[in-house]
Design a protein around this ligand. Structure first.
Ligand SMILES: [Cu+2]
Length: 143
């Protein structure tokens, strides 16, 4: 009986672990918590081309950003971003929002048509500290 219980526990752990790798369900209404220094959830999915409402809840002690980088742009390090704000916005950023510490904000953006997008907090030091996520466009027929 005891062995059986352990097996069930192992299966439950396995199921949870596998579930973590699956694409999240596409939604036009996103809620992301921003802390020092992570996004929760870090992976979100949206339907193609849809108008997306996102509520960003900054439960941290400093300002945070939720920046969707452009299609094909993937940074490994903060140093990959240009210093020049104009170049950054023109060549690297698809969409961004920022929220002061302890506050929450609701924003809208238009979802891309396809692809995977890196999401970062572009405030110096925050990407390296772990503020990285992913936005995935999921077509309805992909479930
Ligand atoms: Cu941040």
């Amino acid at each position: 009986m005891r062995r059986f219980a352990i097996l069930i526990l192992l299966l439950a752990i396995l199921a949870t672990a596998c579930g973590g790798d699956e694409a999240p369900e596409a939604s036009t209404d996103l809620n992301v918590k921003m802390s020092d220094f992570a996004f929760d959830p870090d992976k979100v999915a949206v339907p193609p081309g849809a108008e997306i409402t996102i509520t960003l809840d900054n439960i941290g002690s400093v300002e945070h950003e939720w920046v969707i980088l452009k299609d094909g742009v993937q940074i490994e390090d903060e140093a990959d971003l240009p210093d020049d704000e104009e170049t950054l916005l023109a060549d690297f950023v698809y969409w961004e929002a920022e929220v002061e510490a302890g506050e929450s904000g609701t924003f809208t953006f238009t979802a891309p048509e396809r692809g995977f997008f890196q999401v970062i907090c572009a405030i110096p030091g925050h990407f390296a500290a772990g503020m990285e996520g992913r936005l995935q466009v999921v077509r309805p027929d992909e479930g």
